[in-house]
Ligand binder design. Sequence first.
Ligand SMILES: [Zn+2]
Length: 280
Amino acid sequence: MRNLYMYTMLLVFTASLFSLSSCSRHPKQRVKPHENVLLLLAHPDDETMIGTFLSTWSHRGHNISAIYVTAGEGGKKYIGLDAQGTPTFDDTLSQSKLARIRKNELSRALKEYGIKSYTILGQADRPFRDSQGRPSRDLHAFLHSNTWDLQKMKDQIVKHLQNYAPTIVVSMSLDQDVHVHHKSIRYLAQKMWEEKQFGPRARLFLAIDEGERIKKKLGEEEKSIWKTYKSVDSRGDTAIGSPVLGPARHYRSQLTGYKMNPDPTTVETLYIPKKALRQF
Ligand SMILES: [Zn+2]
């Protein structure tokens, strides 16, 4: 996840600057009424990368439900700043306790977005390494490592679909450099979408932050399949007030590094497969 704390601080200033002109800064999304949006994400807090879209959709009355592959027990264990202002971590915190903390953070954040329903599939959140013990982002190696039980995940998602037929499915990751968990849930989402598991009319989007940066890095194959659908500046505002960083501030255990990253890039982008391009 990007540096959420930094954005929170930044938005405190930008929100006051733009509060009088917020109406003109709404993302111009053309989502029809009564969309059922299903998020397929890897970790609690991944939804913050499209917080502006979610806030707007929720405000317009669309139903949003979310599925997370892991509870995020492999995440950071941030507990606060020391006297020098350096982020500090509690290495003694157990993974099961971190999972509980993150579930708590998640339910509070989702409540603010107006997302009432979410499920955690309970797959492992642990670092993936190659045969030399180095961190790996190799999607196919990860899929073959059986770290995640893809068939079980698919069955769980299909079961969820019995009660919730999505018109829009949003997953994540178009960047080869990103977390292998992000790539893996995107792989499954894309596969299920191509098999029409979400229903014949469901549209698939990939949610990406820093979308313009990623666009420059796309390979030819990805460029031939995916197209930018819409980008919004998350420093803009929505009808319900500060859109992204209200909910994101609940992720206290993950708010680190804001002093190390002064670049306040806050562009949210949705990508859509070219063959299914249809304005909505
Ligand atoms: Zn993540």
